[in-house]
Design a protein around this ligand. Sequence first.
Ligand code: C5P
Length: 400
Amino acid sequence: MTARLANKRIVLGVSGGIAAYKSADLIRRLRDAGAEVQVVMTAAAQSFITPLTLQALSGNPVHTDLLDPAAEAAMGHIELARWADLVLVAPASADCLARLAQGVANDLLTTLWLATKAKLAVAPAMNQQMWAAPATRANLATLQARGVAVFGPAAGSQACGDVGEGRMLESVELANACADQFESGLLTGRHVVITAGPTREALDPVRYLSNHSSGKMGFAIAEACVEAGARVTLIAGPVSLPTPARLRRVNVVSADEMLLAAQAAVEGADVFVATAAVADYRPARVAEQKIKKSADVIALELIKNPDIVATIAARPDRPFVLGFAAETEKVIEHAREKLLRKKLDMIACNDVARADIGFQSDDNALTVIWADGDRHLDKAGKTVIARQLVELLAERLLQK
Ligand code: C5P
């Protein structure tokens, strides 16, 4: 999270609600992660928490008034609107959501909301019945349709005694959600080519040899690279995953096709990441017609597929190459051998003997190895592991 919030400028709008006390802690968390915070409070917010508290925590004067000449002279609403990278309203009361949705500009926060080009987000907080009210739902839909991010709310017991949806998210969750709005910038200006998923090697028009790779790890790495500011080409075998935003996807079926696509894409690229579980062999002949049931035992002749990652690593203009190794025993030893044999810059190894991680799972754990070092990434969701791997990759890339 830290990398993505470093030097980011966040306007935190606080509207009237008991959850305003959580905003105090949110400011601290955002600042700890390296962000600068300017606080704007509505009149109602000041009945729940004092501007002085939020001023002390943010390290900046709190903005409360649209029509105060002294405040406008210090940092006017337009200046504040231009300053922000993100405007988050937390808590966003039902009244505040209504005004934001309608474009009412009757106080500093709602005026600034209209005047900014920054990313916009709200963290709703209100009684569960108010949250469920058709008017609130309609206001929320309007804001979402305009690209406003909505953080939460969570369900649980409420200050009014009710139980249900409408609690503001906790400050840690809100800080993470803010970080998610930004790219890390670690790979800005870099072109990354990634292979993902299995390959399918045809036996006849209806049958093929393949494996259980889901493509999830490769897709998560592609997303993490986009988030880190890279231009990404994702070469995908047959998988049933939606295309992540802001990248180019090239669909392939066989290892041969994947190699062709990779060769074309790596021209001038900075990084090649081979997560694909490429079939090692393909049938020597592809039958033109469906193979008929015949003898009790039939033999399949298989020939070796090209090694895509080794082929890319052997190019004179080779990019930085990160390979994967799925091993069931002597994981580190085998991976280090593969690093040398395939001339990779880095290798990430999965322990596929573990049932709780790997191929079809949403979780993974990796040991990442390079010529003079290694790092273990503990079991976590593939999105989290992918981000950590991209951080390591960016570090090594800079040292090359
Ligand atoms: O040799 P092994 O298949 O274990 O190596 C795994 C690594 O090599 C992975 O990064 C995989 O994407 C890559 N590979 C490849 N082409 C192949 C076989 C593996 O790019 N034909």
